[in-house]
Design a protein around this ligand. Sequence first.
Ligand code: NAP
Length: 363
Amino acid sequence: MNAHEYRVGILGATGAVGQTFIRLLDGHPWFTVTAVAASEQSAGRPYREAANWLSGASIPEHVASLEVQRTEPEALDCDFVFSALSSSVAGEIEQAFAAAGAPVVSNAKNYRLHDHVPLLIPEVNPDHLALIDAQSWDSEGFIVTNPNCSTTGLICGLHPLMDAFEVEAVQVTMLQALSGAGYPGVPSLDAVGNVIPYIGGEEEKLSTEPRKILGTLDGEDVAPADLTLSAQCTRVPVRNGHLACASVRFQDDVDAEAVADTLRRFEAPPATRSLPSRPNPFVQVLEAPDAPQPQRHVKAGDGMTVSVGRIQDCPVNDVKFVLLSHNTVRGAAGGALLNAELLASEGYLKRTRADAAATPAAT
Ligand code: NAP
């Protein structure tokens, strides 16, 4: 038996991100979906009827036949949960699961800036898992979050640079895909042939989340990174893939060649090397003058590799580049899956199938 064999529940399983979890978990070597949960409207129905399945591939058979449960801890038979809940309800429901003893691996924004909740990208800040020990939900449950989809991609590109150099300021314009708004998302008459220069709350997330992720663990807290970041976020008529046009000012003397070289040489921390969903490479540098493009490059590393191209010296800041990341994979379900794999390999997910057979499930 695999030492990391766990039964998984998905909260918000019927939504766009919930469905991506189910797709990515099909055949996963460590995790098996044993419970799905969503709102009152979906509860009690077989998953195949409750979900408006968006992927071209069919629903994995063992999930299609599961009955959708209410989002109540005692209703789910599993060792831990992924949360793909709407943020309008995630706060209360995730807290209830943590208080009932469940590890919660969340995509929602509600606890991202909580002092003791890791805002995790395994290749960037695996040490922030230690914050879990300071959480107190009156049980052994805990919450771990992943960043907003646009933050995730940008940080994957910035972290190797901040590791190597002193970054003074970052200016970024985001061109964000429609799938980032969930399903059905932006009305078609607003989206087609158009660019919308406003995404509610997005620029604020880009001004706060990076400072926590790139911050330094200091006892039971994170001291935020000293980083000036100015972001403009736009919605563009692209299905999947957030593109970031960024320029970076360094304190050191850094040029485009040094940035390309640093990104190419970056090695993810040893703690991530045995994780099944870890991409290799973490960041790929593309040489073609017209790369990266969402249509051509968003599926790099099964959606987990971030692509960077157009790396050039910048006459305003020091270096500019274009970065592409998959918003519903690296920026949502795939990122959370990697978080759960890190939790398992670092011993934070205690219950295995063997434990579960011996005693009733904690959730
Ligand atoms: P979505 O398609 O709207 O799905 C929301 C899910 O929440 C559905 O399963 C829905 O169930 C469930 N839900 C809604 N109200 C509920 C209630 N009162 N009780 C229990 N369940 C309820 O949203 P999404 O795009 O998948 O996003 C899910 C979360 O991930 C959000 O917090 C979002 O901000 C975050 N996120 C999304 C992306 C992205 O690229 N889309 C990226 C990063 C993070 P029913 O189907 O039964 O209504």
